[in-house]
Design a protein around this ligand. Sequence first.
Ligand code: ASP
Length: 292
Amino acid sequence: MELPLIVVHGGAGKWKDERIPPGKTHVERAARIGFEILKGKGSALDAAESCTAYMESCGKLNAGVGARANAEGIKELDAMIVDGSRLQFGSVAAITGIQNPISLARYIMEKTDYNFFAGSNAKRVYDKMIFEGYREQKAQGVVDFDFDIDTADTVGCVAIDMDGRIAATSSTGGISDKVPGRVGDSPVIGAGAYADSICGVSATGYGEHIMRVLLTRMAAIYYEEGLGVQGSCDKAMAMFEEKTGSEAGIIMADNKGNIGASTNAKAMPMTFIAGEGKIATSLALLDEIQSL
Ligand code: ASP
């Protein structure tokens, strides 16, 4: 495959049948938004942020405005962005009152001396981000992006720009009925997402289990050992299932333009776009995508 590329997932889990078509639609739109940026020679980080922000804003996926509420009815959001070319990341956990934690995660990575903020103090960092004009707001807590929203699971992507730089994201409202303050894998580097100069990975599923095996970092290690992207995804998921007996999914891409994905869940809607704009959307059944 050719660069640039973007691969996007809308969460692995027990998708109700009626949620699958809108889920696929929004994942595909998110991928198109990210790919347009890449095609216009935009950076992997810009593409990954916009693509993820779309999924946070669409209301149909478990992130941002569509996030699952916690056991007390409050949406507490977790998100992370990873800049593989610098091995840097920004994360935010258990934040309330905002819709687009992915932009805050990027601000934390690029503009603060820290990597990870949580809870009400993370909201103060968000307010500072808006005050400094790093991002505009179009409504309280809602970052102004250049896309229209006309219209349950964690979202994430891996984007690779024309220069081969890799960015990976994850963003979520977390698992059903979570206790206030619970944070899963999504904002944890090497668990919910990972990227370096050769590959990027994003994960979804039960955070408690994904963190225990550092699922995305392990996939990258398998890649470094020479297994290729699909082999690394398969080995990471086999290791995850063996050690935890749990459910998850991962997507992966390398700087040569190869992609892989693996899940043991019922569904993980995903879209892949590469090169001149060849696109494939699937329920994680990779045959459609790999036939590109
Ligand atoms: N990984 C997320 C979490 O545990 C949930 C998901 O992927 O749906 O918070």
